[in-house]
Design a binder for this molecule. Structure first.
Ligand SMILES: Cc1cc2nc3c(=O)[nH]c(=O)nc-3n(C[C@H](O)[C@H](O)[C@H](O)COP(=O)(O)OP(=O)(O)OC[C@H]3O[C@@H](n4cnc5c(N)ncnc54)[C@H](O)[C@@H]3O)c2cc1C
Length: 398
């Protein structure tokens, strides 16, 4: 049994109802309770962590190309460093370093540009030439290693441990978490949220938060909120345990892939095709399996012939600029959004902290202000060029 999960029926009323028990919803519940909000319910139609939060690549960094992404994610990285102690549970955060691999001269130039942004923001990164990057990745095919950008304090954590830790910490502080409760609609009256209609009956709420992951766009529409979000499917593999050969988390814009090796020795990696897969299915595909096998063996030739333990898919929601949407829903008071998360695992400690602050005090932190829903309606998209994500959006991708 997951800690803090209730098998009772939800009550008829809460101060805050959070739709979605992924890392965003659970971290937010924890942050709200930490601020003294005691009547918080998290409703999930499945089980906590069943969405992208239990299916992701676990990678964590704050070194992005744009000021907006870097500042928000750097707040998160600072929190990751003390998260196990704070939540009283080991989330297996491994700050082994995160390398953005450059495989062309153009990518080397971009690393240098991004490093200048990081220096301005006080984010510790280091540009590596080919020789230094090859020293760091001795198992890599040197033909693909032209240089890179290393963030020494970034890395990865264990996604199941993170979900578990937030769930337990939120429940200890009084949050109520209900699996198997589907929210059919967000209810509103006179421009204000009044609650949710669920598979277990109506629930009234002083505030409702959409943290529904890939289903966020559909949930918005039940309240008449129309934002340009699409659903995107991503896939990953994990191999049998291997001798240590990869210390750092590595993202390769050239291969559209990201990977790391766990403490137990498993290689965990995902790649993408240069188009967005909007099918929404959780079935893994042969096409991606072949893409991942081909690209990872090309980068790390020693992976040829290793056995796969698992291959899975997960879905996320994406805005046109691939940036998250955090804050109030346009036109509906007390309806909040934390959606459009493509890198929402690594951002959760920050986004939950700052959104909880907004819900409780009304103060909108300058770190989340650029990520408002209104930006999508006004066409103020955020340009972020260091994402290793298929270029489905208007501005992102390489
Ligand atoms: C293959 C893959 C690799 C990734 N790699 C990384 C990575 O390395 N680093 C990183 O930071 N991010 C990564 N991501 C993205 C990251 O996983 C997501 O951004 C993050 O998990 C989003 O969390 P969430 O809580 O918003 O959504 P989810 O974890 O998807 O949770 C949403 C929850 O809402 C519930 N729900 C939906 N609709 C309803 C409804 N109507 N009623 C009740 N409940 C509902 C679902 O059951 C689900 O549990 C990856 C994602 C995938 C799929």
């Amino acid at each position: 049994m997951l800690p803090g999960v209730s098998s009772e029926l939800p009550a008829r009323s809460y101060d805050v109802v959070i739709v979605g028990g992924g890392v965003q919803g659970l971290a937010l519940a924890y942050e709200l309770c930490r601020r003294g909000v005691t009547s918080v319910a998290v409703l999930d139609r499945s089980w906590p962590g069943s969405g992208a939060s239990g299916r992701n690549g676990e990678m964590i960094r704050s070194a992005f190309a744009s000021t907006e992404w870097s500042r928000l994610f750097h707040h998160s990285l600072a929190r990751w460093a003390r998260l196990s102690a704070e939540l009283d549970f080991n989330v297996l955060f491994s700050p082994t370093g995160y390398l953005i691999l450059a495989s062309t001269e153009d990518e080397v130039r971009r690393c240098a540009q991004d490093a200048a942004t990081h220096a301005r923001l006080g984010i510790d990164t280091e540009v590596l030439d080919a020789r230094a990057a090859r020293r760091l990745l001795p198992a890599a095919n040197p033909d693909l290693v032209f240089g890179g950008l290393l963030q020494p304090r970034a890395g990865f954590a264990h996604h199941d441990a993170v979900v578990w830790a937030y769930l337990r910490a939120a429940a200890r502080l009084g949050a109520h978490v209900f699996p198997g409760v589907e929210v059919h609609a967000v209810s509103t009256a006179a421009g204000r949220v009044t609650g949710v209609r669920t598979s277990r009956g109506p629930i009234s709420a002083g505030a409702v938060v959409n943290a529904a992951g890939a289903a966020a766009g559909q949930l918005n529409q039940t309240a008449g909120v129309r934002l340009p979000l699409v659903q995107a499917r991503l896939e990953m593999i994990v191999t049998e345990a291997l001798k240590p050969f990869l210390r750092h988390a590595v993202a390769s814009p050239h291969l559209l892939g990201y990977c790391h090796q766990t403490g137990r020795g498993e290689f965990v990696g995902g790649t993408e095709l240069p188009r967005t897969d909007e099918t929404g299915s959780l079935n893994a595909t042969y096409e991606l399996l072949r893409d991942m096998a081909r690209k990872w063996v090309r980068l790390f030739p020693a992976l040829a012939g290793v056995r796969l333990l698992r291959h899975w898919a997960g879905t996320v929601s994406e805005a046109p600029d691939l940036a998250p949407v955090i804050g109030t829903a346009p036109g509906i008071s007390r309806f909040y959004l934390t959606i459009g998360w493509v890198y929402g695992f690594m951002a959760a400690p920050a986004s939950a902290d700052l959104l909880a602050e907004q819900i409780v005090t009304g103060h909108v932190s300058p770190l989340i202000e650029p990520f408002s829903a209104q930006r999508l309606l006004d066409g103020r998209l955020i340009s972020e060029s260091s994402l290793v994500v298929a270029a489905g959006g208007a501005l992102a991708g390489r």
